[in-house]
Ligand binder design. Structure first.
Ligand SMILES: [Zn+2]
Length: 454
């Protein structure tokens, strides 16, 4: 029987350090190595969570561990522990101090559980169309794509629905109907051009709508596997352009993955002349979207993105929130780049970049603030620029506003998003701490009480 999370009544540095070991999958593998045949996971009364029981659906998805696990209520755990004269809350208090503690046996208790893993098998379909070169060609095609799946009613994964929105349809207007609409617009534009005899393409162009992106880029992965036959895609795919969330154009369009090829900056500059978008480029080619399976196989990639927002991954991501003129311009730019690549004799060069490790992922974080960082701020700004706070979240309660520049959290100086994640790792739900922001040139200290992410 084990607690979720980690010791919490310890200094923030300890919490940050121990976060890495608090993941349930990690604990399960340690238990298994030590000879456990099963796990009983308990939350405990001190953890301040929303739900005592864990939704195992998500945890079971990507693992094939052979250790059996159940999650039980604090009440049931207390009754089991009572047999050994132990008190759940007291045990948790002791463990929360972070001091090593021996495990103990509970003699005379026998537990039985019926466990069944339901492996749900579903079918998704990629939809792919081909616009052939002017003269049939063996040259590698240019591919442009967008994912067509979303979160359903939020039962799959990754829903950020608020309590009162649970189970409602997640429309996915920005993520990613916007990308699919731009894909169709680009296809129409290029087909019209071909009809008018103005396309001049030396390569085929593939238009791909991917399935299963939200579950982990399943559709694009499948395509890449099939198309590459396990080899690299040099010479088989010239370049891959992706559009994921392009419906909220504000000041700038972010073009990500420019570190994947030296050709991008010149290409973007030229094709943007007739469109005139304000563009910020981002080098890092390791992106959480369908471009990454291509990049991993040696293909230069470019992803168009207009930034995260408060309605992201929730039933509030609706069609009336979209910037349609912006989408049209982005579609035109991406079609222009696609055309230019299809007219070229040569493939753009490919650059292999090393992966930047941020160390902590969101799923390891214990505490929740509900800040919404501005995506793709200027690289020389020291601090994390916020575009606001999630309604009803701790940061909003603390008074965070659109435009605040976060420079400190819980005694940690925040210069980058990585510093911010690092500081978040040290927070304890329910324990007040301070955020330091710059607002209109003035330095403000705000008091904030983080809540539990779970
Ligand atoms: Zn998406």
């Amino acid at each position: 029987m084990m607690f979720r999370f980690q010791p919490e009544s310890v200094p923030p540095e300890w919490r940050r350090h121990m976060l890495h070991y608090s993941d349930l999958a990690y604990k399960a593998s340690v238990a298994k190595r030590r000879g456990a045949i099963g796990l009983i996971v308990v939350t405990g009364p001190n953890a301040e969570v929303k739900q005592q029981l864990i939704e195992l659906e998500m945890e079971a998805k990507n693992t094939s561990s052979s250790i059996a696990a159940i999650s039980i209520s604090d009440d049931l755990a207390s009754r089991i522990l009572a047999v050994a004269d132990k008190d759940l809350a007291r045990l948790q208090q002791q463990l929360d101090k972070g001091e090593p503690m021996q495990g103990f046996a509970i003699p005379g208790v026998e537990l039985a559980a019926d466990l069944a893993i339901l492996r749900e098998i579903n079918q998704g379909r990629n939809v792919i169309a081909r616009l052939t070169a002017d003269v049939p060609s063996a040259r590698s095609p240019v591919i442009i794509g967008a994912h067509l799946d979303h979160l359903g009613r939020g039962e799959i994964s990754g829903s950020l629905a608020r309590e009162d929105e649970r189970g409602k349809v997640h429309h996915g207007a920005d993520d990613n109907a916007s990308g699919v609409a731009a894909l169709l617009e680009s296809a129409q534009y290029l087909v019209d051009m071909k009809k008018a005899g103005k396309l001049g393409s030396k390569r085929d162009i593939l238009f791909a709508a991917w399935s299963g992106e939200e579950l982990g880029t399943l559709g694009s992965n499948h395509f890449v596997d099939q198309f590459s036959g396990g080899d690299m895609l040099h010479g088989k795919v010239s370049a891959y352009l992706n559009m994921d969330m392009i419906g909220h154009l504000r000041e700038k369009l972010y073009l990500q993955g420019t570190g994947s090829s030296d050709s991008w900056s010149r290409e973007i500059e030229r094709r943007n002349v007739p469109v005139g978008l304000a563009i910020a480029t981002k080098d890092d080619p390791y992106l959480p979207t369908d471009s990454t399976p291509f990049y991993m196989k040696g293909v230069p990639v470019l992803n168009a993105f207009t930034g995260a927002h408060e309605d992201y991954s929730s039933p509030r991501d609706r069609a009336d929130q979209l910037n349609y003129q912006g989408m049209q311009k982005i579609a035109r730019l991406m079609a222009g780049i696609t055309r230019s690549l299809a007219r070229s004799e040569s493939e753009p060069d490919y650059i292999e970049a090393t992966r930047k490790q941020s160390g902590l992922s969101r799923k390891h974080l214990r505490a929740y603030l509900g800040t919404i960082p501005t995506y793709g701020q200027d690289e020389d700004t020291k601090g994390v620029k916020l575009q606001g706070a999630v309604k009803g979240g701790p940061a909003e309660e603390a008074g965070i506003q659109n435009g605040d520049l976060l420079i400190g959290l819980a005694g940690v100086e925040v210069e980058t998003i990585h510093d911010f994640m690092h500081a978040l790792g040290g927070l304890k739900p329910g324990e007040e701490t301070e955020m330091i922001v710059i607002r209109e040139g003035k330095r403000l200290t705000l008091r904030v009480v983080p809540t539990s992410r779970d």
